[in-house]
Design a protein around this ligand. Structure first.
Ligand SMILES: [Zn+2]
Length: 117
């Protein structure tokens, strides 16, 4: 009886260890993908006509967008300070892109193929 118990335990433990390791790996992968990195400075932009527009930016190192609405759901999650400045400065001095939530209509600023004239 004693010998049977030992062999049962020996059979089960490798499976348990493997399952535990697998779930730990998945957790690590999820953490990596949720980590946010700001995009590099925009390579192309043309804000002609809207350069004096007032926008808001969040002064967090992980943020790379500007907002037209002060109550934008994305801007509200800002944990640092935010600033109100003109669009030209937001792009040229702070390397910001348009927020997809409140400023999707300004996406053309960074679209090289957009030619209104
Ligand atoms: Zn926004």
């Amino acid at each position: 009886m004693y010998g049977l118990l030992i062999s049962l335990t020996a059979c089960q433990s490798p499976d348990n260890a493997q399952a535990e390791q697998t779930s730990r790996q998945e957790t690590t992968v999820t953490a990596d993908t949720t980590k946010r990195e700001p995009r590099p400075k925009p390579e192309y932009y043309n804000f002609k006509g809207v350069e004096r527009k007032r926008v808001y930016i969040c002064m967090e190192s992980t943020e790379d967008t500007f907002h037209q609405q002060h109550d934008c759901p994305v801007l509200i999650t800002c944990k640092g300070q935010f600033r109100n400045l003109i669009l030209a400065r937001a792009i040229e001095d702070f390397d910001r892109y348009n927020c997809e939530t409140c400023s999707a209509d300004l996406g053309y600023i960074f679209d090289e193929t957009y030619a209104p004239y």
